[in-house]
Design a protein around this ligand. Structure first.
Ligand code: THG
Length: 262
């Protein structure tokens, strides 16, 4: 499974403080810990830590690059920030994210293609997160059309049907699974399908249990990537075990150890 580590985010107080104090060691340690725990890539988000998001994102990447050449997912909602940061990011990179409005995709998809970056595209538009399955699938079709038009390969595209906290949007969790199953059939080869898993359990009790239970359900519906906390060992064990049960890894008695040592 493609695991994007979520811990370098200015919404966390340790990261916010590190950005404000320019304490690069904290970021380097977080990058190394997540990569060692099995992250495939790292999400990078300045959150509310600084008003200068361009500087903040590039400073975070600079510190990650001191310890790892892992792909970085530049997480920011503003086009002006993204278009300035992406060309300056050394190594493998992911744009996180574009919404599914056609005029936005006409800017974000070429930015990805021209910079050899991958793109995470959300199935939301200016009117917000859709409540139903059909609208999510429709937006996925728009995203796929725009990628074909601008020449972005399917292995460079992650479609994110957007999961909301289960305590405020209880019906969305099943809607997302049904939309995943349908989106899978839109394109062959298929793109990646991704969720920001921790959104689901925000402000809930038993967060880790909710996250890992849903991860197993979502893998059954076709999810192959997630932004999550790779230091949550029980969650990572579910990620590894679902690889096995989805036929992506061959069974051996020591399958957990084998996957962890990779
Ligand atoms: N899709 C895409 N990108 C995303 C998301 C998504 N990026 C951001 C987010 N969602 C994924 N990352 C996080 C990171 C942290 C938390 C949730 C999602 C989280 N944070 C604690 C909380 O809110 O309770 C903060 C605790 C603290 O302040 O210390 O849960 O969906 N493409």
């Amino acid at each position: 499974m493609y695991v994007i580590g979520e811990l370098i985010n200015g919404m966390f107080s340790n990261v916010k403080k590190a950005i404000q104090d320019k304490d690069g060691q904290v970021i380097q340690d977080l990058a190394k810990a997540q990569a060692d725990a099995g992250a495939t890539a790292l999400d990078v988000n300045v959150g509310p830590a600084t008003r200068d998001a361009v500087w903040g994102l590039l400073w975070l990447v600079e510190n990650i690059r001191k310890v790892s050449d892992i792909p970085v997912a530049i997480d920011n909602a503003k086009w002006d920030i993204m278009k300035e940061v992406i060309p300056q990011v050394p190594g493998d990179k992911i744009i996180n994210s574009s919404k599914a409005d056609e005029d936005l995709l006409d800017k974000y998809v070429p930015l990805a293609a021209e910079n050899n970056a991958a793109l995470i595209a959300l199935t939301i538009d200016q009117s917000g997160v859709p409540n139903d399955v059909d609208r999510r699938v429709e937006m996925a079709a728009t995203i796929l059309t725009k990628c074909a038009e601008h020449g972005l390969d399917m292995d460079k595209l992650f479609i994110d049907p957007i999961i909301l906290p289960v305590n405020v949007a209880g019906q969305q969790a099943m809607n997302v699974l049904r939309s995943l199953e349908q989106m899978k059939m839109l394109s062959d080869p298929a793109p990646h399908f991704l969720l920001g898993l921790s959104n689901l359990s925000q402000n809930c009790a038993n967060r880790s249990l909710i996250n890992r239970t849903y991860l197993a359900m979502a893998r059954g519906a076709g999810l192959d990537a997630a932004i999550l906390d790779p230091l949550d060992t029980e969650l990572m064990d579910v990620a590894i075990t679902t690889d096995l049960l989805c036929g992506k890894a061959i069974y051996c008695d020591s399958f957990l150890e084998a996957a962890r040592s990779k």
